[in-house]
Write a protein that binds this ligand. Structure first.
Ligand code: NAD
Length: 352
């Protein structure tokens, strides 16, 4: 029998080629004095959006960095106050949107997000702030962007290998949503369709970075995957990636890319319905889901092993031990020995 709670925060989403042109109109709905946030490498694009906004924009602050250090929030907060900004426009990936969320947490300012990677922070109420080498995360409905503009033209500049790893990072949200403890029929529909959009588009993006149809398909998949990340709980895969990123400074999207096939393999027997949905979305045999996910990376120049990401074999035992420190849901129970074995396989990168 079906038994579920469907609990979703609203957000306004504009999707499509050229939708960036609507930024001024959308910003007007949320505020009068917008501060645009970006990373240094996206300063030029941020300035073009500032030009479109005219008087509605009080400045561009292109100083977002990885992991949202508290110091960066404090520096940006000073600018927000000095310019009397009443709206944050976050142009970029998870790092820039994360900075906007950190400021929103302190100030209550609304966020208009314009994502340029597939990571998905724009659709969630999850924030993360690092301080003294530790990242604290939490959920707050107020930090979820009020409006999100997805324009596939903005993601063509994302280099191919980054597109593959960012896309598989997105796919991981959808894979774990399919076997989430609190999955619901809508989240499962969205997750399957999200995987489909990503799996169909990523190989085409790898062939031609500028293929706008493929960029639209992957962005659509990333949107759906991010939507379910906000709706339902994640499991072992996200926990392992959090451990590897937090305790061993492993790169975010690349680590997700390497780990996902091995967690999928580990969980496969426990969640046949989820595996059937993923197989439908990937267009592969239900017994070859884990290997097919890895093929997306392997066949398109992405990483497949922890070894090639620079992880040290000597740290495998510690990683397994740290990953066991907190209890969390996973559809298949596991021991430290299981986790050590899984990480060992991920270290080698042999096709699951
Ligand atoms: P990122 O935001 O760190 O961006 C990586 C690099 O890519 C940056 O230098 C950026 O300037 C550049 N870049 C971004 N878009 C580009 C484009 N279109 N063309 C060329 N270069 C571009 O990376 P990310 O993977 O988007 O985000 C990772 C971070 O997001 C992690 O810290 C992760 O924890 C966080 N995250 C948070 C959530 C959430 O719900 N809170 C969800 C997913 C990820």
């Amino acid at each position: 029998m079906m038994n579920f709670t469907y609990d979703v925060l609203p957000s306004r989403v504009l999707f499509g080629i050229g939708r960036i042109q609507s930024t001024k109109q959308e910003a007007t709905r949320l505020g009068k004095r917008a501060l645009i946030l970006a990373t240094p490498s996206q300063a030029e694009l941020a300035q073009r959006i500032a030009d479109q906004l005219g008087d509605l924009c009080v400045g561009v602050h292109a100083k977002a960095v990885q992991h949202v250090p508290y110091q960066t929030i404090a520096e940006t907060m000073a600018i927000v106050n000095a310019k009397n900004a009443d709206l944050l426009i976050a142009l970029g990936g998870g790092s820039t949107i994360g900075l906007a969320k950190g400021i929103s947490l302190e100030s209550g300012l609304p966020i208009l997000a314009i994502p340029t990677t597939y990571a998905g922070s724009e659709m969630t109420q999850i924030w993360g702030i690092s301080c003294d080498g530790h990242k604290t995360t939490g959920r707050d409905p107020n930090v979820k962007p009020k409006t999100v503009i997805y324009d596939p033209e903005l993601i063509v500049s994302l280099p191919i290998v980054m597109s593959i790893t960012s896309g598989i990072n997105a796919m991981a949200h959808a894979v774990e949503a399919l076997y989430a403890e609190n999955a619901n029929p809508i989240s499962s529909l969205m997750a399957e369709e999200g995987i489909r959009g990503l799996a169909q588009g990523l190989p085409k993006v790898a062939q031609n970075q500028n293929d706008l149809d493929a960029r639209a398909s992957t962005m659509y998949g990333a949107w759906l995957s991010a939507t379910v990340l906000d709706q339902v709980g994640m499991a072992l895969h996200h926990k392992l990636c959090h451990t590897l990123g937090g305790s061993f400074a492993m790169p975010h999207a690349e680590t997700h890319t390497v780990i996902l096939p091995y967690v999928t393999q580990f969980n496969s027997q426990a969640v046949p319905q989820a595996m059937a949905a993923i197989a439908r979305a990937l267009g592969c045999d239900v017994d070859d889901v884990a290997g097919s996910i890895q093929d997306i990376s392997r066949n398109n120049g992405g990483p497949v092993s922890l070894q090639e990401l620079g992880f040290k074999a000597a740290d495998l035992d510690d990683a397994a031990q740290i990953a066991m420190q907190k209890q969390y849901f996973n559809p298949r129970p596991f021991t430290q020995v299981d986790i050590r074995a899984l990480l060992g396989r991920a270290f080698e990168g042999v096709r699951p």
